[in-house]
Design a protein around this ligand. Structure first.
Ligand code: HEC
Ligand code: HEC
Ligand code: HEC
Ligand code: HEC
Length: 239
């Protein structure tokens, strides 16, 4: 009996450690993941469909993107006098725009290009946008939740001035690389089995998924690497 409990305990722990899946994470909006967030479908059981489709995706954006993007791709970006280059505020075609197709707070999550035979997913409580609710139980003390675009109650925010810059060309010729403030992404190991360019950049650009892996809730919140001891940050920054 005792041994049985220990074995079950070990199996359970192993499941927690090795569970690296989008299924049952906060990015699982399916009706079978009831209770993970308040943004859940009441009828759609598929998971990947909220972001990908095997057929007729959006042409301009990889990988097989199934969502309507923000109606206007111009965002106000972070800038500072010490930045080597400024971020391009037109996010058209960027990997960051995919994240912002929900995280801008104002684009509906149930506006799929290729919905299932059920039609567009119905959402619990009629909550279709991350900006529908002001403070949806963010685990962080000062963040107003996952709506980083800052528009609430239907308003359009498109404000990324208080967010780490994205949509930035980052290669060996970046002025901060030449100065030694940033590592050369073509030679710096990412610590994830390949260089920073290979593992963390998208079309040689720094984007939201450079720091986040939308499928893997293992390192909270969906991070590619831990921030303990600055690990994620010193992968790129020579500090
Ligand atoms: C909440 C949105 C979201 C959901 C749900 C989601 N993905 Fe993704 N996926 C993305 C984004 C954004 C990217 C591009 C960024 C990246 O590669 O990390 C991506 C990239 C990918 C890629 C190409 C890059 C790679 O990591 O291999 C594959 C394959 C993929 N997803 C498969 C899936 C499958 C299969 C599912 C369902 C089990 C799924 N995704 C669910 C957002 C999502
Ligand atoms: C994948 C690479 C990468 C990672 C990981 C990364 N950064 Fe950055 N960071 C950059 C790039 C590229 C810039 C733009 C630098 C420039 O143009 O001056 C930047 C800009 C910044 C700036 C603004 C600099 C300025 O001059 O105003 C700060 C501060 C910063 N990052 C901190 C962080 C922190 C903190 C982390 C970890 C949570 C982090 N970065 C993780 C690549 C990265
Ligand atoms: C289909 C809509 C959708 C897309 C696309 C999407 N997200 Fe999310 N994301 C959500 C929802 C819903 C939540 C849960 C919010 C909550 O409960 O507070 C969430 C939560 C998060 C969180 C917080 C996780 C936690 O445990 O609190 C992070 C970080 C995040 N997303 C990053 C991203 C990034 C980066 C991308 C693009 C690579 C992305 N998301 C794409 C819908 C989306
Ligand atoms: C330089 C790395 C980096 C980049 C780039 C980045 N993030 Fe994050 N993000 C983080 C870290 C680290 C945290 C956790 C903050 C903390 O622990 O205080 C976080 C937290 C979040 C959260 C959780 C906030 C909450 O209250 O639920 C969301 C949502 C999110 N990021 C989305 C995005 C989106 C969308 C983009 C692109 C526009 C993006 N991130 C770009 C590193 C990054």
């Amino acid at each position: 009996m005792r041994l049985q409990k220990i074995v079950i305990g070990i199996l359970f722990a192993a499941q927690i450690v090795f569970c690296q899946s989008v299924i049952k994470s906060k990015h699982d909006l399916s009706s079978l993941n009831d209770g993970a967030t308040i943004w859940q479908s009441t009828n759609e059981k598929q998971v990947c469909i909220f972001c990908h489709t095997p057929h007729t995706p959006q042409g301009a954006i990889k990988p097989l993107w199934n969502k309507a993007n923000p109606s206007d791709a111009i965002f106000t970006m972070y800038s500072s006098p010490t930045m080597g280059v400024s971020s391009n505020s037109d996010l058209s075609g960027s990997y960051s725009l995919m994240c912002l197709s929900c995280h801008d707070g104002s684009t509906p999550m149930n506006m799929l290009l290729n919905p299932s035979s059920l039609g567009q997913p119905q959402m619990a409580g009629g909550y279709t946008k991350l900006g529908d609710v002001y403070y949806p139980g963010s685990p962080f003390a000062v963040f107003p939740g996952a709506n980083i675009g800052q528009g609430y109650g239907g308003a359009v925010g498109r404000d990324l001035t208080n967010d780490h810059p994205v949509n930035i060309a980052y290669d060996a010729s970046h002025p901060d690389v030449l100065r030694g403030d940033l590592f050369n992404p073509d030679s710096k190991p990412s610590g994830l089995g390949g260089t920073v360019s290979q593992k963390l950049l998208f079309n040689n650009r720094l984007e939201c998924p450079s720091c986040h892996d939308p499928h893997n809730p293992n390192v909270f919140p969906f991070l590619r690497k831990t921030t303990d001891q600055g690990l994620l940050c010193i992968t790129c920054h020579n500090k």
